[in-house]
Design a protein around this ligand. Structure first.
Ligand SMILES: CC(C)(COP(=O)(O)OP(=O)(O)OC[C@H]1O[C@@H](n2cnc3c(N)ncnc32)[C@H](O)[C@@H]1OP(=O)(O)O)[C@@H](O)C(=O)NCCC(=O)NCCS
Length: 287
């Protein structure tokens, strides 16, 4: 997918002088970096989960599951597992597993529950954990042997402006420069950077953070329905449901007669992409 930015280097105006390394982001009380790479990625993702979501977000997914059940004929518990991110929002160990005892406990209560939305939301509220006090970055990564860096994004931005706003661009770029500085030092053998499937690659405001080459290579893939990488498109920066987008989606799923029509109701499709790591080193000025 093409976008407007054709430079090989990040525009100077967007660069902050400070390089935020991921290790620096998670320090102990004495200020010493305590965690690195993939472990930081876990914490960054957990921190995003600790920001309480609204019940609307759960209601929206449940509506989708009810229509998925109407079309597929599957049990409601199964469609909730496969087509919503409830399992992950309950902070259960991934990948989603129908036999997980806590998930089974939740599913067992569905039939007797007067409001599935209330049940799911209360279950979620009971399982969210308090995140770390330390401000955490939005970008993180994990290393996939034998040479791939997988980038992740989570909204841990505490500003009013939003993580992808013009004002927060220097922060995001500093995070990305920090990542690639760290990667070059610790994983010099890495050759490739990969973006796991997500709706977020459809956002021009995300794409402008990266060089145009890799973003031109983005591949459309099926939405991953049990994850935020699909459902996150209904949230705004404050973790509220984007009402107009959700309303248009609800109207479409009510009319859907096939699974394909149901899947086509999402406003954004997921994309994935990968590129040579040297392109990123050059773009972010990592020598
Ligand atoms: C990413 C996120 C912070 C964006 O929220 P936000 O900043 O409030 O977004 P806004 O609704 O203000 O949209 C910002 C801009 O992107 C545009 N936009 C939003 N969704 C879009 C989409 N699906 N496709 C294209 N453009 C989109 C908006 O039109 C807006 O453009 P403008 O500023 O020129 O008007 C929010 O969706 C979020 O936190 N989602 C959950 C995290 C997530 O999805 N993670 C997935 C990780 S794999």
């Amino acid at each position: 997918m093409a976008h407007e930015q054709d430079e090989n280097k990040v525009p100077e105006a967007l660069v902050s002088n400070e390089i935020t390394t991921l290790t620096a982001a998670v320090k102990d009380e004495s200020g010493t970096a305590i965690l690195t790479g993939g472990r930081v990625m876990q914490i960054v993702k957990e921190a995003e989960k600790s920001n309480t979501l609204s019940k609307d977000f759960f209601d929206l997914q449940i509506q989708f599951a009810i229509h998925a059940q109407r079309i597929t004929g599957l049990e409601l518990g199964d469609v909730l597992l496969r087509y919503t991110c409830l399992y992950r929002r309950f902070s259960l160990p991934t990948p989603p597993d129908a036999q997980n005892p806590e998930w089974k406990h939740f599913v067992a209560q569905i039939k007797s529950s007067e409001s599935l939305g209330e049940l799911a939301y209360n279950y979620y509220l009971g399982t969210i954990k308090k995140g770390p006090e330390t401000p955490l970055p939005c970008f993180s990564y994990h290393y996939e042997w034998p040479g791939t860096i997988c980038l992740h994004f989570a909204n841990n931005d505490k500003s009013e402006k939003g993580p992808l706003s013009d004002e927060q661009m220097p922060e995001r770029i500093a995070e990305l420069r920090g990542i690639f500085t760290e990667v070059k030092k610790w994983y010099p053998e890495a050759t490739t950077v990969k973006s796991p499937p997500s709706w977020i690659h459809a956002m021009p405001k995300m794409l402008r953070l990266f060089p145009s080459g890799p973003t031109q290579n983005l591949e459309p893939v099926n939405n991953v329905l049990d994850a935020t990488s699909t459902w996150g498109q209904f949230l705004n920066r404050k973790k509220e449901v984007r009402k107009d987008v959700a309303q248009a989606f609800l109207e479409k799923i009510q009319k859907a007669k096939t699974e394909d029509e149901l899947m086509a109701s999402f406003p954004s499709q997921a994309f994935t992409g990968q590129c040579d790591i040297d392109v990123m080193y050059k773009f972010f000025g990592v020598a």
